[in-house]
Design a protein around this ligand. Sequence first.
Ligand code: GDP
Ligand code: IMO
Ligand code: MG
Length: 428
Amino acid sequence: MPVAVVLGMQWGDEGKGKIIDLLSQEADIVARYQGGHNAGHTICFDDKEFVLHLIPSGIFHEGKLCVIGNGVVIDPSALAEEMEDLNQAGIDLKNRLVLSDRANIILPYHSVSDRSREKEGKFQKIGTTGRGIGPSYSDKIARIGIRACDFLDENRLREQFHVNYQEKKKILKHLYDLELPDFDSMFRDLLSFRKMILEYIGDTQSLLQKAIAENKKILCEGAQGTMLDVDHGTYPFVTSSSSTAGGACTGLGIPPTKIDRVVGVIKAYTTRVGEGPFPTELHDGDGQMLRDEGHEFGATTGRPRRCGWFDAVVARHAIGINGIDALVLTKIDVLDKFEIIKVCTGYKHKGNVYEKMPADLDCLQNCEPVYTEYEGWMANTVGVTVYDELPEKARQYIESLGKLLGTQFLMISTGPQRNYTIHNGTLF
Ligand code: GDP
Ligand code: IMO
Ligand code: MG
């Protein structure tokens, strides 16, 4: 089974970074397929913590090739900073990192436009990360984006950038009364990043297809989560890419027939950052306790994450859309001090009970979650590595989730550290 997708099942921050870092040990290649530096994937080992935004979570394992696919939008300055941080940490990226020549580039006017739109007050606020993700994907779909391959020829890059710059300058002035810095200084900055990343650009589609033909093991890394997917999430409160499993095909050029397995990472409760409906959100002491115990603050923006109970409607939606055949349950330890733990099994709205994810935001915003209650285990699970050593009530909770979702757990995570994990099988 040489190609596996590992992705988030909720609104992001499920602990994908930790899990993909661990599973990378089994892979030859780790490939990110969508999103940009809106992602923040945390990896903890040897008492150190790293947060990756663009570079795949396999980078800490020597010999693993890390690919940034065509479906990712790359901010050259963010990438340069991340590469520099990794160099400082002693990670040699030469021959370890390849950027797709087809990946679209985030340019400074994209983040200006993203932040201005959010600030303006005239438009629907999404609570974006302000990284220029939406505007850059908009340019991609409008077919005016600049791609990594355009960096190869400096003169052509100047021409393309100039055309876009002129257009964005007018739009930003007109919409937000904003002046962009002058063209020459922006282009000079771009050229300095060009120098740094040029040697990493390659034909990742051919590379991955060759790897598949050679039976190499490829782990496709999702960013964000199913509920933030532009098609299948809580639109318009989503990100601008396909974070679901299909995104791995379009975002890497891997044919659907070559994907053997899809693993979903899900927290033992739910969080989301930014605006948008969140049926099981808690505004009480329990919500605060989840935030405190789970250190629920954004890895990218530092914003406090909204917290709530586990939502089986979300989980079932994610299993269906992605074809998930195994789950990874994370942050079970965060529930150690709860006397009662709730799980939402449906949404009650205007006399109906919904067990499938409704598209209509009115239902999601105004529904009443139907809860099943579990007794908490009120005991320490941090660092447990053997399933049978979990408290009985914790095992009952996990087994109930498994039954409710009809899917097995491949791993259970009991803390941020690599080794704080219960393993129940292998990825490949
Ligand atoms: P990602 O975006 O899905 O990679 O997740 P983030 O890194 O943004 O957020 C997950 C946070 O939870 C990080 O701070 C991780 O170090 C931490 N974490 C991951 N797994 C566990 C776990 O099982 N227990 C606890 N307590 N923390 C965890
Ligand atoms: P990882 O990979 C959690 C959210 C933002 C906002 C919405 C749109 O770490 O799980 P964007 O900047 O993408 O246009 O913002 O999506 N968002 C995330 N929330 N984890 C992430 O990534 C996210 N990436 C984007 O908060 O609500
Ligand atoms: Mg994150």
